[in-house]
Design a protein around this ligand. Structure first.
Ligand SMILES: NC(=O)c1ccc[n+]([C@@H]2O[C@H](COP(=O)([O-])OP(=O)(O)OC[C@H]3O[C@@H](n4cnc5c(N)ncnc54)[C@H](O)[C@@H]3O)[C@@H](O)[C@H]2O)c1
Ligand SMILES: C[C@@H](O)[C@H](N)C(=O)O
Length: 370
């Protein structure tokens, strides 16, 4: 039964929230497909009260939020992870666990949500992505910079552990591109990239100045079957699977040889949870690159054609997104994450293609059945 908990100015749709959840300080998390080989040792550190952390995810209805909430809820219990966004959730999300309206530009409301729900971890996913940001710089500045300042101040005020993703977009044409190291020149030419460099620097500054438990991963382009990307430059690598299954044809807005770093969503959310759980003293840095595979549209097409040989791809280059991609790295050096907190990806290009085609085909069959 769903329980609606009304609070001063904030209503959380909560399910059955259990106030007492006891978990050992060292426990286990599962890798993809719940295979025993995917078991990893994970450590708790600094939960609010020694129990499970209480997690708030902002921008939770985007490409990544629901997938991360699913994993965190399996780990910490359904009612200990609150998804939030400014949009209305689809029924299956609304019915799957706590959801709340939260506009990150509303500082007072955000503070109220954190206080009323005893939040201890904040995952900050609200953002305007690269391509949309170039179309609306004012909005990107507002959400990615002003909104981020609200998150930073509230996290500091309430001693939260705060996770903010950065991106390959935080590098620019003058950064080394193959691979981009952890530390190098970062002069991005998009408002998205500028706002992410700003977030990396401000978060690290607050860590050193105020002891804020700030954690940041530079994600590559993320590929998922269940959720649609929100207006980035790497979106083609999701869209091609849907077109391949539905029509057998795809018009690609990037040049065929544009190589970019990419990752399957299961690896992305697992990395995020493992990084969030890593003991503070293992983190030599507060911002890490993570990577899995690097490919171009031509290489992705070739791999899909091994399963769907009739797929036809034509290239109709969008100069704005091509210019963005041309300033991004072809690969990321993520050796520090592998060394410091044991990061290891599981999906390479062939597994990614198999998994995506399976999920997208099942989704298309289901849609036809209704
Ligand atoms: N998807 C990727 O490939 C990728 C790669 C690197 C980094 N990232 C980062 O990961 C995070 C999540 O990305 P995503 O792909 O899920 O993004 P997305 O665009 O799909 O979702 C962003 C969400 O933020 C919400 N939002 C916008 N304005 C808001 C506001 N004022 N208050 C609250 N919410 C607001 C939107 O409604 C949307 O649901 C972002 O910070 C992004 O920069 C994503
Ligand atoms: C790479 C990432 O930050 C996002 N998918 C974008 O293209 O904008």
């Amino acid at each position: 039964m769903l329980l609606v908990q009304l609070m001063r100015g904030a209503a959380v749709h909560a399910g059955n929230r259990s106030p007492h959840c006891i978990e050992p300080m060292v426990s286990w998390v599962w890798g993809p497909s719940a295979q025993p080989s995917g078991l990893r040792r994970a450590h708790f550190s600094s939960c609010a009260d020694g129990d499970h952390p209480m997690v708030l995810i902002t921008g939770g209805l985007g490409q990544l939020g629901v997938a991360l909430a699913k994993l965190l809820r399996r780990r910490f219990g359904n009612n200990n992870v609150i998804l939030s966004d400014i949009r209305k959730p689809p029924d299956h999300v609304y019915n799957s666990g706590p959801f709340i309206f939260s506009d990150i530009l509303d500082f007072k409301n955000l503070r109220e949500i954190v206080v009323n729900n005893n939040i201890s971890w904040l995952v900050h996913y609200s953002a305007v992505l690269s391509a949309v940001g170039e179309r609306n710089v004012t909005l990107a500045k507002e959400v990615n910079i002003t909104g981020f300042h609200n998150i930073l101040d509230i996290a500091t005020e309430h001693s939260l552990r705060v996770f903010v993703p950065s991106t390959i977009g935080a590098f620019g044409p003058s950064s080394p591109r193959d691979p981009a190291p952890e530390l190098c020149v970062q002069r991005p030419r998009t408002i998205y990239g500028v706002s992410k460099v700003h977030a990396e620097l401000m978060g690290e500054y607050y860590h050193h100045r105020y002891g804020l438990d700030f954690r940041c991963l530079r994600y590559p382009g993320i590929i998922s079957a269940d959720s649609q990307p929100g207006g980035g430059t790497t979106d083609y690598a999701v869209q091609i699977f849907h077109s391949a299954v539905k029509t057998g044809q795809f018009e690609c807005y990037l040049r065929g040889d544009t190589q970019l770093p990419m990752m399957y969503i299961d690896d992305c959310v697992r990395a995020t949870v493992e990084f969030l759980e890593a003991p503070s003293d293992t983190l030599v840095s507060r911002t890490y690159n993570i990577n899995a595979m690097n490919f171009s549209p031509e290489e992705l097409t070739e791999q899909i054609q091994k399963v769907l040989p009739d797929l036809k791809v034509v290239y109709s280059v969008d100069p704005v997104r091509q210019a963005i991609a041309d300033g991004w790295p072809k690969a990321l050096d993520d050796s520090a994450a592998r060394r410091d907190w044991g990061w290891k990806h599981e999906y390479e290009l062939p597994e990614l293609v198999q998994t995506m085609l399976t999920h997208v085909s099942q989704g298309a069959q289901l849609a036809r059945a209704f």
